[in-house]
Design a protein around this ligand. Structure first.
Ligand SMILES: C[S@@+](CC[C@H](N)C(=O)[O-])C[C@H]1O[C@@H](n2cnc3c(N)ncnc32)[C@H](O)[C@@H]1O
Length: 344
């Protein structure tokens, strides 16, 4: 039985599940570190696909506080995944999801979790928001956009066009700009906007809305943000209201992944993870206007080829190019044909 803590305590805004796992079959692998990373990444992708907000991995045996404990899938995430002989996994779930039901389903879908002891607790508002706020420091993108937390004053230089600022309150959603995957997308979007109008934009996996909002500020004629997590959709709507004037706001639309999505877009941007991006290949390609841009992020550099193969399998003309790499992450995509020249 899962052990729950926090019942009757402060109001929960997120469930936290913590469990320890050894990576199976390492002794038989020629490259045990890569195999362990691949396995943990597969497991993490599975858990994210089942609705986890983020998955973090630490060394379950580490007792030296000077050791780093990299995380992935949340602000401040590391360059790439790392595995240890015994890994402690920390999964965050939306509060409207029953953590016990989710854990049972996870054990069914991933038999490696069966019988694994788990601690489940409710994280109170102040814990979760406080964590993300501490991790959120302002960033500047291509010397044109400043992005900072809503409680941080925007620098003078970013109050007048052509420079601009975005105040983001991430709440429980991913997307402060601090993560390399988001930064790579933002840089690519700014580069594209310097070549041609952004047109109609689809921000798939919008999280805090950061990418769609940057597009709106850079002159997109419309922005549709989609997220599988209804909490993220609400956060994105709130950030849109915080940053956009009435005209810009009227050009944006935020919805959950279950709502019908129609039309084709001049720019489709999706910063998710490799596994969901592969599953979403057909959908994302179908919403890209012929000759439009596709920008994909959340892909580790060593996953570039598998992403390229997955997209080419759906559409042989969809030959993904590498737009940029940073901290072990890659940003891939398809260039639009209307640009005068490649920004890369
Ligand atoms: C890494 S965050 C990116 C957030 C933001 N776009 C950014 O670039 O910082 C990925 C987002 O994708 C959402 N997501 C994951 N799987 C999804 C799916 N299958 N369909 C739609 N959204 C998904 C998550 O809820 C999360 O908000």
């Amino acid at each position: 039985m899962p052990k729950s803590t926090g019942a009757g305590g402060p109001v929960a805004v997120v469930h936290e599940l913590v469990f320890s796992l050894a990576v199976p079959g390492l002794a038989t692998e020629a490259s045990p570190e890569d195999a362990a990373d691949d396995w943990l990444e597969w497991l993490s992708d599975e858990l994210m696909a089942m609705g986890a907000l983020c998955v973090g991995v630490e060394d379950a045996l580490a007792n030296d506080p000077s050791l780093e404990h990299p995380h992935f899938g949340e602000p401040g995430a590391p360059t790439s995944m790392q595995a240890w002989p015994l890994n402690q996994l920390r999964v965050l779930l939306p509060v409207d999801q029953s953590a016990e039901d989710w854990w049972q389903a996870a054990q069914r879908d991933c038999p490696v979790l069966a019988g694994c002891p788990v601690d489940i607790r409710a994280l109170a508002d102040e814990d979760w928001v406080g964590q993300s706020q501490r991790a959120f420091t302002p960033i500047e993108v291509r010397d044109q956009i400043w992005i900072g937390p809503s409680w941080h004053e925007r620098p003078e230089a970013y109050r007048q066009p052509p420079k601009m600022g975005l105040s983001i309150d991430p709440g429980m959603a991913f997307g402060t700009g601090g993560h390399a995957t988001t930064r790579l997308c933002l840089e690519t979007i700014v580069d594209i906007s310097r070549q041609r109008p952004l047109g109609q934009v689809l921000d798939y996996g919008c999280g805090s809305g950061i990418l769609g909002l940057a597009c709106a500020k850079l002159g997109a004629s419309g922005v549709t943000g989609v997220d599988i997590d209804p909490v993220a959709v609400r956060v994105a709507q709130a950030n849109a209201a915080l940053n956009l004037d009435a005209r810009e706001l009227g050009l944006t639309h935020w919805q959950t992944a279950g709502d019908p999505l129609q039309g084709q877009f001049d720019l489709v941007v999706a910063n998710i993870l490799a596994q969901p991006l592969k599953l979403l290949a057909g959908l994302l390609l179908s919403h890209r206007r012929p000759g439009g841009w596709l920008v994909l992020s959340g892909v580790l550099s060593r996953q570039i080829v598998e992403l390229q193969e997955a997209y080419a399998a759906v559409d042989p003309t969809a030959q993904l190019l590498v737009f940029g790499e940073d901290e072990g992450w890659a940003c891939l995509g398809l260039m639009g044909v209307m640009g005068r020249q490649s920004p890369f």
